[in-house]
Design a protein around this ligand. Structure first.
Ligand code: NAP
Length: 446
């Protein structure tokens, strides 16, 4: 029998556990998570109005309910209060780290830390009820918002900023975020890319959705499209970029109509400074850029200020070093070969990675399946050597001895019940619990 710990219960952790138990009838897997709730970014990153993607939780749930898989929530690995990596390693034949990319990339420009300037991750965590997120008054006195970056997260936050109460109420968004978004006075959201429209990272389905939002018009300046050399012949572009370009061209050519809210997509503008007004964000200064002919851009020395009371920096996630594991700070990943963690260039027996901490924060949820499969192939090839090491029959007593009292699967089910009850009390569907005390209270009351 092989005992494996998977650290992280997001898509990459669940797909890793699934691949392990499907491919080896002798494997038992504990899926550990810092939070008492499973599913990682499917619960705390996928936008609440994307019910179809959120329904993937059903598939991940099946994995965690497998009879050779056990969910153990509330287990922090690494860090000052966490279980040391070395200790965890002693408890299992193998450990697979699927800890994702827990923080955001920084712009490194003046004004980035001004009140009113937030990472998209902070904003997403708030409306997704992440227990570490605070109600920062994101929308207070905001009429105009700037979203920096043109990836799918930027599209998500732009969309959430213009959604109305009627559309948000059926979601599982916490009541505080729903009330704040419903009362929001935001009329203009400017989503700004530093390169050209055909280099944007959003996918067509997500982009197109912006055009169908009630009371909202999407505006695109035809001059931004004309500046992109690829627009001269869209047929030469790869299909995904061509589809994006066609959607953008449709908006650029659409007749102007008056709407309550606007999403303004701009390109060829590089953020250089966030400007203050009365000690808070007042505008973002962009340098106009021009294509350099190789997919990049060069500065033109011309600047433009876009007024905004809220800035959401949506320029990608970043992996965080886990104490006791090697880390490539430039890439934000754990060095590995086919999922085997490399210590000083050599594969470390019994230590693996999968998901964003292995390959960086790119790809959709499904990308984690082949990624997990590759790591599991490496692990199972190593299994004969790993299984010869003595490990505890059941690591739970050792975890408890280390001062950790994990939240088991029934604890999570109790949280789910509490969220249904809260929804019923508020006259809504399921409503997420948004703070540590309430989550743990519900879990322990089961
Ligand atoms: P992303 O796709 O990497 O996009 C990041 C954006 O930030 C790019 O437009 C990038 O521009 C820009 N950027 C980076 N550094 C910048 C800087 N210093 N100044 C200005 N702009 C800068 O990241 P993401 O949007 O966070 O998404 C992460 C992953 O999750 C992606 O794979 C995404 O598809 C996925 N996701 C999927 C969905 C969905 O399927 N519905 C939803 C959310 C997220 P450059 O290209 O010029 O670097």
């Amino acid at each position: 029998m092989l005992r494996v710990a998977v650290v992280g219960s997001g898509p990459s952790g669940c797909y890793t556990a699934q691949s392990l138990v499907e491919r080896d009838p002798e494997v038992h897997v504990d899926v550990l998570d810092r939070l008492p709730c499973p599913f990682g970014l499917v619960r705390y990153g996928v936008a609440p109005d994307h019910e179809k993607i959120k329904s993937l939780q059903g598939n991940l749930r099946t994995v965690l309910e497998h009879d050779r898989v056990r969910f153990l929530g509330g287990v922090q690995v690494g860090g000052p209060d966490g279980l040391p990596v070395e200790r965890l390693r002693e408890m299992y034949h193998a450990v697979v780290y699927c800890v994702g990319a827990a923080t955001d990339r920084h712009l490194g420009i003046p004004g980035e830390e001004l009140p009113g300037s937030w990472s998209a991750t902070e904003f997403v965590s708030w409306y997704s009820a992440h227990p570490d997120a605070g109600d920062e008054g994101f929308l207070r006195d905001v009429r105009s918002a700037v979203v920096i970056g043109v990836g799918n997260v930027a599209v998500d936050v732009a969309r959430m900023l213009v959604r109305g109460a009627g559309e948000l109420r059926p979601t599982d968004m916490p009541q505080g975020a729903l009330d704040a978004l419903a009362a929001s006075a935001v009329t203009d959201v400017h989503m700004v890319g530093r390169r050209g429209p055909t280099q944007a990272r959003f996918t067509t389905k997500e982009l197109r959705e912006l055009g169908g939002l009630p009371r909202t018009r999407v505006t695109v300046d035809p001059a931004d499209l004309a500046l992109d050399p690829a627009f001269a012949d869209l047929s030469a572009l790869p299909a995904a970029q061509r589809r994006n370009a066609e959607v953008l061209r449709g908006w650029a050519e659409a007749p102007h109509e008056d709407t309550e809210r606007r999403i303004d997509l701009r390109f060829f503008r590089r953020p250089v400074e966030i400007l203050a007004e009365n000690g808070r964000v007042g505008a973002v200064r962009f340098e106009r850029t021009a294509p350099d002919g190789h997919g990049g851009v060069t500065g033109t020395g011309r600047y433009e200020d876009v007024p905004a009371q809220l800035v959401l920096r949506s320029v990608g996630y970043r992996g965080v070093a886990l104490e006791g594991l090697p880390f490539d700070a430039a890439a934000g990943t754990v060095p590995n070969t086919e999922g085997r963690i490399l210590r000083d260039g050599t594969a470390s027996p019994g230590e693996y990675v999968s998901g964003w901490i292995k390959r960086g924060p790119t790809g959709v949820i499904g990308t984690n399946r082949p990624c997990a499969k590759e790591t599991v192939t490496s692990l199972l090839a190593d299994a004969p050597a790993l299984a010869s090491r003595e490990v505890p029959q059941d690591p739970l007593p050792a975890l408890r001895a280390a001062g950790i009292d994990p939240v088991p699967w029934p604890g999570w089910l109790a949280i789910e019940r509490a969220e249904s009850e809260l929804g019923a009390r508020l006259g809504r569907n399921v409503v997420k619990l948004a703070d540590w005390d309430t989550l743990l209270g519900a879990a322990r009351a089961n």
